[in-house]
Design a protein around this ligand. Structure first.
Ligand code: TYD
Length: 392
């Protein structure tokens, strides 16, 4: 593994701080990113234990945003049309935004964050509040194998591929389909979205790296969709190599060629990316300091895990961003880790209240701009660091 980026000392991204704990010392770790020249995998070098990150206090809820809700509804429709599965498993089912689109006797969810698992359980879905592993796979699919396994934004959180893919292979019927969805490394590098890296995102996958991993398990990608969620993701359709029903589409070849042409197999590409990241930091600080000098009121929008990386890497605190707005009830009245900027309950933006808004949830830019049409019309401005820091 060759290191190419050092994002400094970072707290755990989703460890929002209660007011009474503000003085307590936070656990920090060094966020460094490396590239494996053998399997093209890009990953963070120091990992934090999964139990520390995914527990009953996990704050992220898929159903929180309209974009995500719609994405799951549309995908469920598409899956039914294309594959018509009888038995579906979702690994990392979060609050059930995907599985709720299936009949209760046709779907099971696996979700180790107990607070989230409970939300789905209350709606009478079959849900296992555990980490996915071979023991659980055997329990769920001993008698009936799955026609389809879906997992979105989960694989990048899991350290031990061996365990995961062995369990997936065991659970999947011979002609079954695995669908994985995760942020795309190509998009991340192109957009200088260095905030895709935080303690939970151990990896940002490319097609070429995923192909190498899957190869070890006799699995292969047969189709790909580029989707806009989480700042530009890929949806990979995967099958057992022995399954000849699903032909490999041209899209796979096209994606591999796009990634190769962009240089995702070469270390030098990542060194260039790291250079752009350090320029991005200088520019963002420049913008924020200048606004502060001119006595403008700047707040943040969307207290994301991604923002945590940006704020801590750039050294932004409440002197530069007064507070953040967020709609997630669990985050409200807490403080962002590291930067200790307060998170307030979201209120529609008004030019009278605020001048500039740092877009922490830049991956929901379209949804947010639509919602804040009036503020923009009144002359309110957003600051985004993607693909480079600017005021829009
Ligand atoms: P998310 O996209 O999950 O980013 P990350 O994985 O980096 O944490 O988080 C989006 C956050 O933005 C979530 O806390 C909800 C918030 N949000 C709003 O406050 N208002 C909105 O209109 C949208 C779309 C999101």
């Amino acid at each position: 593994m060759k290191k190419f980026l050092d994002l400094g000392l970072q707290p755990l991204a989703n460890s929002y701080i209660l007011e009474k704990n503000l003085k307590m010392k936070e656990k920090k770790f060094r966020l460094e990113i490396g590239f494996n020249e053998k399997n093209y995998l890009v990953s963070i070098l120091n990992t934090v234990s999964k139990e520390k990150m995914f527990n009953k206090n996990y704050p992220y809820k898929s159903s929180e945003s309209k974009t995500m809700r719609n994405s799951f509804i549309n995908l469920a429709k598409k899956i039914k049309r294309r594959f018509n599965p009888n038995f579906v498993i979702e690994i990392g089912s979060n609050d059930g935004a995907f599985i709720k689109n299936f009949k209760k006797d046709q779907v099971v969810g696996v979700e180790p964050c107990k607070n989230l698992a409970l939300i789905t359980k209350r709606k009478n879905f079959k849900i296992y509040p555990q980490f996915w592993n071979i023991r659980l796979a055997k329990k769920i699919t001993k008698d009936k194998k799955a026609d389809l396994i879906y997992s979105a934004n989960t694989l990048s959180h899991i350290k031990n591929f061996n365990e995961i893919f062995k369990a997936i292979k065991y659970s999947l019927s011979d002609n079954g389909i695995l669908i994985l969805e995760d942020p795309s490394l190509l998009e991340c590098v192109k957009k200088v979205a260095y905030d895709q890296f935080y303690c939970e995102h151990l990896y940002v996958f490319s097609t070429i790296s995923l192909q190498k991993i899957l190869d070890n398990f006799q699995l292969e990608i047969f189709d790909i969709e580029n989707i806009s969620t989480h700042g530009g993701s890929n949806r990979y359709y995967i099958k057992k190599r022995t399954n000849s029903i699903h032909r490999i589409t041209r899209k796979v070849k096209i994606e591999v060629s796009k990634e190769t042409k962009y240089g995702l197999k070469n270390f030098v590409t990542y060194k260039k990316f790291a250079k752009k990241v350090s320029i991005s930091r200088i520019k963002l600080l420049g913008i924020l300091k200048n606004l502060k000098k001119n006595k403008k009121k700047v707040i943040g929008y969307g207290a994301t895990a991604k923002s945590c990386t940006v704020l801590n890497y750039c050294g932004v605190d409440r002197r530069l961003i007064e507070y953040f707005y967020d709609t997630t009830s669990f985050k409200i009245n807490k403080y962002l880790p590291g930067s200790k900027i307060k998170i307030k309950k979201y209120k529609k933006l008004k030019k009278n209240d605020v001048d500039y808004v740092f877009l922490g949830a830049w991956n929901f830019k379209d949804e947010i701009f639509k919602k804040e049409k009036k503020f923009i019309k009144q002359g309110g401005k957003f600051i985004s660091h993607i693909p480079y820091p600017k005021i829009t």
